[in-house]
Design a protein around this ligand. Structure first.
Ligand code: NAD
Ligand code: HSO
Ligand code: ZN
Length: 436
């Protein structure tokens, strides 16, 4: 890892940083082939892919019954943190629940109401690491929103990680299937003999999972693309280089396709961050994965000529996680609109939010933070607006509607209003008329 100057980035380097796709384009046709095969062959394909990609001979695809047992059997030392994290996540998401509302304005009674989507599919990753935290982050908000049926898929294993199963039990998953990768997304989108077709798929995963979500999104709603993890640290001379380095390494250990950057106006700090990363890397578990992520074209430590240039870099990068380790953190955050989740100050490592602070860790990657926020209660709701007009209110906007309808050449629209206005006028002249 070297320090790079933001001002000297070549166009292809900028593209790699700001138009990053975590290797998804390269596997699009392979993923389409997997999705098509699951559509055609159902469970048979799921079993064969489990052998091929996960090296597992699957017995029952449905492992719902294992969750409660795992919860009963795991050690208190693990069960308690799962319960604590679940409680914090639930409390945060309960604050997101919108209230139905009705208000009257001059005879127009208007409002909005919210109802949960009925059948959700949640992907809980579990390839190179187990993700009980993602079990909580997907299923808890779905249940807070009131979703009736949450079907979870997670990669097959000779023994599914007990913490993941226990977390799924705590969160309230209704059904659990051991299916991973693109094939799991296809199964949820189209249904198989065992896996039910859902209305919307949520959850994070590697590039196979993410490419599959992109591939099925015309046929099944998805939350957004939540692929290999990302962090962008914005630091000034007050930052602790070892904290910045530790945060970069933490997100790098998820996946060789993870993207980790730090940007600062202090060139000395930039050098110290690089040195800390190198120092802390050697001999670490998952060292190869971390090295892969650090060598990714979308990763690096950058020196900006000013904090304004560093802020622009962060805005362009639109990271899943934005960590601001700088004196004026709130003022800097005000200048950055695009980030999945922002972590302010030296005592807010991204890992705290990954597990237990409360906000959701399923967040947009690949620059999608420019147009989307993270998973929330709203992801599981549909809204209906409600409108009731009295005769005077219709009269008040009648000309507006009929004139606009005429401008659009939609005569029947205009007539549906004009008819009522005529009837009201007649009723006003002859009060018994409408009752006849
Ligand atoms: N953005 C977010 O909100 C967020 C949150 C948590 C985790 N993540 C990401 O989730 C990912 C977890 O990755 P993971 O790999 O550990 O688990 P995973 O469950 O996402 O993927 C494992 C599956 O990938 C498939 N796969 C692997 N290699 C394949 C190949 N060569 N061909 C076809 N399919 C293949 C297999 O079917 C396997 O079951 C990481 O990238 C992590 O950064 C993202
Ligand atoms: N950092 C991940 C989101 O990109 C979430 C996670 C789960 N476990 C640890 N971290
Ligand atoms: Zn993480």
């Amino acid at each position: 890892m070297n320090v790079n100057a933001v001002a000297e980035l070549a166009p292809d380097e900028r593209r790699a940083l700001f138009d990053r796709d975590a290797g998804i384009a390269a596997i699009e046709s392979d993923v389409t082939a997997i999705v098509d095969r699951v559509r055609e062959e159902g469970d048979v394909a799921l079993r064969e892919y489990a052998e091929e990609f996960d090296d597992v001979t699957v017995g029952s695809l449905d492992i719902t019954d294992e969750a409660e047992r795992a919860y009963d059997e795991i050690d208190d030392n693990l069960r308690n943190p799962i319960e604590t994290a679940a409680a914090n996540i639930r409390e945060f998401h309960e604050r997101q629940v919108p209230d139905d509302w009705r208000e009257s304005f001059d005879g127009r009674e208007l409002g909005q109401r919210y109802r949960p989507i009925e059948r959700i599919g949640a992907y809980v990753p579990g390839g190179s690491a187990a993700y009980p935290s993602s079990a909580l982050m997907t299923v808890v908000p779905a249940k807070v929103a009131g979703v009736e049926q949450v079907a979870v898929t997670t990669p097959p294993a000779d023994e599914i990680n007990p913490a993941t199963l226990a977390a799924l039990h705590v969160a309230g998953a209704d059904a659990i299937y051991q299916v991973g990768g693109a094939q799991a997304i296809a199964a949820l989108a189209y249904g198989t003999e065992t896996v039910p077709r859902v209305q919307k798929i949520v959850g994070p995963g590697n590039r196979w999972v993410t490419a599959a979500k992109a591939a099925v999104r015309n046929d099944c709603e998805i939350d957004f693309l939540a692929g290999p993890s990302e962090i962008c640290v914005l630091a000034d001379e007050t930052a602790e280089p070892q904290f910045v380095a530790a945060d970069l390494l933490a997100q790098a250990e998820h996946d060789p396709n993870a993207s980790v950057v730090a940007v600062t106006d202090d060139e000395t700090l930039a050098g110290r961050i690089v040195a800390e990363v190198e120092d802390r890397l050697a001999g670490r578990e998952r060292e190869d994965t971390i090295r892969g992520a650090l060598e990714n074209d979308a990763s690096g430590v950058f020196h900006a000529r000013s904090m304004s240039e560093a802020v622009l870099f962060c805005e362009e990068y639109a990271a899943e996680h934005l960590s601001i380790q700088a004196a004026e953190d709130e003022a800097l955050l005000d200048r950055i609109a695009s980030a999945g989740s922002a972590f302010l100050g030296p005592h807010s490592p991204v890992a705290a939010g990954d597990y237990a602070a409360g906000p959701n860790h399923v967040l947009p990657t690949g620059g999608h933070a420019k147009i989307a926020g993270g998973l929330s209660v709203d992801s599981f709701l549909r809204s209906t607006t409600v409108q009731r007009l009295d005769a005077d209110a219709l009269d008040a906007i009648g000309d507006t509607v009929t004139t606009l309808a005429a401008a659009e050449g939609l005569e029947a629209h205009a007539e549906s209003v004009a008819l009522r206005l005529r009837e009201s006028e007649n009723a006003a002249r002859d009060p018994d008329r409408l009752r006849e």
